[in-house]
Design a protein around this ligand. Sequence first.
Ligand code: TXD
Length: 313
Amino acid sequence: MARKKIALIGGGQIGGILALLAAEKQLGDIVMLDIPEKEGMCKGKMLDMAECQWVSGYDAKMSGTSNYADIAGSDVVIVTAGLPRKPGMSRDDLLDVNVKIVTNVASEVKARCPKAFCIIVTNPLDSMVYAFRKITGFSKNMVCGMAGVLDTSRFCSFVAMELNVSVKDVAATVLGGHGPTMVPLPRICTVGGIPLTEMLPKEKIDAIVHRTREAGTEIVNLLGNGSAFFSPAASAIAMAESYLLDLKRVLPAAVYLEGEYGIKGYYLGVPVIIGAGGVEKVIEVKLLDDEKAALIKSLDAVKGAVADVDKRV
Ligand code: TXD
């Protein structure tokens, strides 16, 4: 069977890690695309990774380009094209610039990769994935946003750090928009099958929820120039891998809701099954009243950006 083809639109901080992780997992051949002024950077990064094949033991054709013709027929498209935050910026502050970039990318992907499973990463995530699907007109199961996997990974990592246990034994999910109103669900988090609420006092759990909500900003402030890139890349690759290998993983993702959770016409982070059919199923967690209220508050935080997108595209 021919190797799959993965297009990475945006060859920056996240794009580079995406390429390496996809290659090391042997998910397919990889094309990295960026703007013409950055074509050399893409070619250089991909040649460097191609020269790493022998020592890392992976076979993959790896190429860099600025020509959208080179992404034709891709099976997976991961979009990181756009500006990252600088200290003091909110994710929504990126909308003005990034919506233009994402809609341009969407038009090109629509023309060349009509069957691709598309994972949008660019911020502000919930409105950018909405814009991408609006422009492409692709089926809702083939366009999703990466945020919930990252936010859940952050939550679970903080739990593991606090309890000094293996992160492998922590299970949780984070719903909602990718921002300060995201909705971690400590109530259904378990550690080795034991409810988190039996292992940590409320104030510790609340501190982990707060740190999860602010984790992106914490890294932006530490780095001083740019935002997180290792964990976002690993998160997007987990989604791509579940699609390409038909793993049927249950992962939180920003997906288009048409009545689930009482929400219609917006992208928002919820648990879904990702397999060869893309987003195969939305899983409706039974939420307590306060959790439902938090999810609606998170949706309200997304609505303004989506209305702004609707005025532009
Ligand atoms: O969880 C999440 N979804 C977020 C997403 C987690 C972390 C970062 N998040 C966002 O991803 C971040 O706020 C940015 O909007 C994107 C990409 O972040 P990254 O750190 O990779 O930014 P870089 O290093 O600036 O890379 C962006 C690349 C850069 O090389 C640009 O030249 C390129 O995007 N770019 C384009 N590529 C193709 N086509 C167009 N039009 C284009 N414009 C810029």
